[in-house]
Each structure stands twice: as C-alpha cells, then as structure tokens.
Design a protein around this ligand. Structure first.
Ligand SMILES: *[C@@H]1O[C@H](CO)[C@@H](O)[C@H](O)[C@H]1NC(C)=O
Ligand SMILES: *[C@@H]1O[C@H](CO)[C@@H](O)[C@H](O)[C@H]1NC(C)=O
Ligand SMILES: *[C@@H]1O[C@H](CO)[C@@H](O)[C@H](O)[C@H]1NC(C)=O
Length: 441
C-alpha cells in the first residue's frame, strides 16, 4: 500500500454515514405534478446500447457478416446483443470498431455501417438485461428514483451516448459528440418545460461525467444557469486513473492479443476493437493531477509518468505514431481542460478501496506486471478524486461545490450499493447540504 493510506483511518473517521428514508415515497402522480426537479441520467462506459444498420457500402470480412442479423433496411442490436450466435462475434467486432477518417479528421464507423444509441431520452435504453449490467448501468439508481416517485419520460430521462466516442477540443471535427450535445440540449429543455420550467439535475456515472462536463462547458452560461440545477458526478475523477494504462499494456501482451472474442457480447475485449475507439484515451492519467515525476508504469528500460503518456502509448501499449498523435491532439487537450462547469456540482466518490497505482513490468515471470495498490475506488485513484476539490471546487468562479466521499465504496458501488444509493438519491432530491457535508482535509 502506498503511503497515502496512512491517513486513511483519519479520513474514515471524518466521514458521515447518513441513514435516512429516501424521498418519503412520493407517488408518481405527485412527482409528475412537479414535486421534484426533473433528472437526466448519463450512464457509464458500455452502458448505452448501439443499434446498427448496414448499407450497400459495407464490405464484410466474410459473407456471414453481410447477413448477420441485418438486412439493409433494418436496425438491429450491435451492442449489446446477448442472443446472437457465437460465429457472429467477428462480424460484430468488424462493425463495432471505429476508423479514423483522415479527410474528415474525425472518427467514423467503418464504411457502410450506420449506428445510433438506442432510446435517447429514456433510461430504458441503458443495459439492464442481466443483473451485472443492471448494477453497472444505473439500473439500481433508476429503481431507487422510481421508488422516490420519478417516472421515466415524465420526470426521469436518460441520455445514452455512443461510448466509443469522446469529446475533442473545440475547433476539432467531432461529429458524434456534437450530435450528442445537440440532442442533450434539446432533452434538457424538454425535461424542464415538461416540469413547469424547473431546472434539471444531471446525474452521471464514471465516463458519463466526461460527457456531462464537456457538454455543460460548451453551453452558453445563461442557458446553463437557467436550466441546470445541479450536476451530480458519481465516480468520476478530475484526472483519469492508472488502471486504464494497465488495460492498454495488457491488451498489447502477445498472449492476450491472440485471444479473440468468443461471443458477440464480449467483442469489446478484442484489442482491435477497443483500441480503435476515441474513448480509449479518455481516462488516461492526466499530467495536471498525477505528478510530473511520479512513475506510473515502470519497465526495465524506462519509467513513465503521466507526462510521458505519448511515449508509453507507443513503446508499451503498441499504438501507431498516428494513434499517439490523436491522443496528443484530441484526448490530452480535453483532459487538460477538465474544469468547473459553473453550475452547482456535487461529486460522489468511493474511497478506501485498493486501487492500481503503479505497474512494474519485467520483475516477474513475464505474464504480467507487478501491481502496487494505493487508495481510491478500485478504479479511480484517490489523487484524481481529491483533485476535484481543486479543479472544480477551487475555481473562484464555481459558486457551489460539494464533495461526498463514501468509505469502502467501490466505483460501481456508488450507483448500486444500498447505502451509496441513499446518499446519491438524497443529493439528487436536494437533501439539506449540511447534513451530508464531508469536505475532507
Ligand atoms: C441479435 O443478433 C441476432 C443474430 O445476429 C439477430 O437475429 C437479432 O435480431 C439481434 N438482436 C437484436 C435485439 O437486434
Ligand atoms: C505467454 O504465455 C506463456 C505460457 O503461458 C508464457 O510462458 C509467456 O511468458 C507469455 N508471454 C508473455 C509475453 O506474457
Ligand atoms: C472499511 O473497511 C476496513 C477494512 O475492511 C474496516 O476496517 C473499516 O472499519 C471500514 N470502514 C468503514 C467506515 O466501514
């Protein structure tokens, strides 16, 4: 364990554990008649379902792929299709990957593949077919909000997004994210109008936080002030996490890159698919949060700190120079501008769970790195969580900011554990802030 854990007992003592009933069990009628502010949810990575339609321009890797579940006029489930037969996995992989279109200077689907996020506007499009996906994809939170009187399509809305994509810096072509911003803007206006012009509460989990923040930061300030009551960021840090580097290094390992997805439902495990996504760089540790000289990955020949990320991507993770350039010109500038949205913000993070802090390669038997753990939520490092207090809370223009850290709570637990849900729903409903306040250190 890293030295940071030394002060953890003190941190735990500081934390409050509020136990209260959620929302007084309002009936849907009361809620619909305007008891609460409308809520719009942005789930985490892989939670949005993606539908695809093939056109004649599609060049299938095998004849099976031209047929697999698709005739040209029909939309069908690309992600996540749990009923497709195993031989369709290579087809799904081919259709789910992204390509970089040099002429457009932007990410695109492979030619002939059209995609769309399922059920924009509703929480019903989030993955929830299996219990594991329900925990991962805000299914428990939706249930808790419905118990508190929220009704999908009336007071509760969903903003699924194509998780393969990511925001690029302003000025860069960024078609998918621009489309998402337009749709979310319309959805927020609709949700507010439908609820007596009450401003909405945006609630995000994990990757959804990046989409929510970049969305807000690109709306006109008067619009934001009028239409957004609060941004509740669950399980998002201000500067990414080291675990994302492990994923990239491991998938470049000769042994694992040989493995292929065995079912259409886990095509994302294929390196050729996952590393083609714009979002593959989103959560890499940011140099503003992880010290310039703190080694995060150590190999026999070199140590890599956050500022050495481009070199790490090329040397350890096996990206082409062109892909590394996209990290430098698209992902890094967005990571560096992670900042205060100037609407009230509530951050809710788990802490106290062992979290990958450093990876040392070449010491063991060659099957994987030696992992050093520190504090965090099991995914996001504590440094990244604490940096929220400076990057958002410390911005003098940010008038309202609150951070709730829940001891021994995991990244997923924040949106699925019963205790965490009480805290989260309490924040969404706007419980008196003093009760739950736990600004640490
Ligand atoms: C899943 O894939 C199968 C075969 O590829 C297809 O028949 C089915 O319609 C797909 N499911 C959905 C919900 O689109
Ligand atoms: C791949 O697996 C074999 C057998 O499990 C192991 O001996 C070898 O070291 C592994 N190679 C790498 C690069 O991890
Ligand atoms: C957190 O977990 C540790 C280890 O299991 C335990 O000692 C501690 O009491 C827990 N803290 C809280 C506040 O639950």
């Amino acid at each position: 364990m890293a030295t940071k854990l030394q002060w953890l007992p003190a941190l735990l003592l500081l934390l409050l554990f509020p136990i209260f009933l959620v929302g007084g069990l309002k009936t849907p009628k009361e809620a619909a008649s305007g008891a609460h502010n409308p809520v719009v949810l942005l789930p985490g990575n892989t939670c949005s379902q993606i539908e695809a339609r093939l056109t004649d321009a599609y060049d299938p890797p095998s004849p099976r792929c031209a047929a697999a579940g698709n005739d040209n006029a029909r939309w069908s489930r690309l992600w996540k299709n749990t009923t497709a037969p195993e031989p369709d996995a290579p087809c799904f992989a081919d259709q789910l990957r992204l390509v970089y279109d040099h002429a457009a200077d932007d990410y695109r689907n492979p030619p002939g593949v059209l995609t769309r996020a399922l059920s924009f506007g509703s929480t019903r499009g989030f993955l929830s077919d299996t219990p594991a996906d329900k925990e991962l994809c805000m299914g428990r939170l939706v249930e808790a909000l419905e118990r508190a009187g929220y009704v999908d399509g009336e007071t509760l809305f969903g903003a699924p997004y194509d998780f393969r994509h990511a925001a690029a810096p302003p000025g860069k072509p960024n078609r998918e994210f621009s489309r998402f911003r337009r749709r979310l803007r319309t959805l927020v206006e609709h949700a507010s109008r439908k609820n007596g012009d009450k401003p909405v509460v945006l609630v995000s989990h994990s990757q959804g936080g990046y989409f929510a923040l970049e969305f807000l930061n690109r709306t006109p300030q008067p619009w934001r002030t009028r239409l957004v009551k609060d941004l509740v960021l669950a399980s998002t840090g201000a500067g990414g996490f080291v675990l994302s580097m492990q994923g990239l290094a491991t998938s470049n390992n000769a042994n694992s890159s040989r493995s292929t997805a065995s079912s259409p439902a886990n095509v994302l495990k294929q390196r050729q698919v996952s590393t083609s996504f714009a979002s593959v760089f989103t959560a890499l540790p940011s140099p503003t949060v992880f010290g310039p000289d703190t080694p995060l990955v150590v190999t026999p020949s070199k140590s890599y700190a956050a500022r050495d990320m481009a070199e790490f991507l090329a040397a350890v993770a096996g990206f082409t120079p062109e892909a590394v350039r996209r990290y430098e010109t698209r992902a890094l500038p967005v990571a560096l501008r992670f900042g205060a949205p100037l609407v009230p913000v509530t951050c809710i993070n788990g802490v106290g769970v062992p979290t990958v802090e450093k990876l040392v390669y070449g010491r063991g038997d060659g099957t994987g790195p030696e992992v050093e753990y520190g504090d965090g939520d099991g995914v996001v490092n504590l440094a990244s969580i604490l940096a929220l207090d400076d990057v958002i809370g410390g911005d003098p223009r940010q008038e309202e900011y609150k951070s709730v850290k829940i001891a021994n709570m995991s990244h997923l637990g924040v949106v699925s554990d019963a205790l965490a849900l009480e805290v989260l729903v309490g924040e969404i409903l706007g419980q008196p802030r003093a009760v739950l306040m736990s600004r640490v250190m």
